[in-house]
Write a new protein. Structure first.
Length: 56
């Protein structure tokens, strides 16, 4: 997930600089959004697990 956040902007800038030779900007955008969703869900899962452990 973190790799998508690092590589996504790099890929998007390469696509924009290519002058139409490279495609896939929408795929990069979707991948970045899904990476953020995955990170948020992971954080919520860890918080849920910690709360369940503490509450018992």
């Amino acid at each position: 997930m973190v790799a998508a956040l690092i590589m996504g902007p790099k890929a998007r800038s390469r696509i924009r600089r290519s002058g139409g030779e490279l495609e896939g900007e929408n795929l990069v955008r979707i991948g970045t959004i899904l990476a953020w969703v995955g990170i948020v869900l992971s954080i919520l899962a860890v918080a849920w697990g910690a709360a369940s452990f503490i509450i018992g």
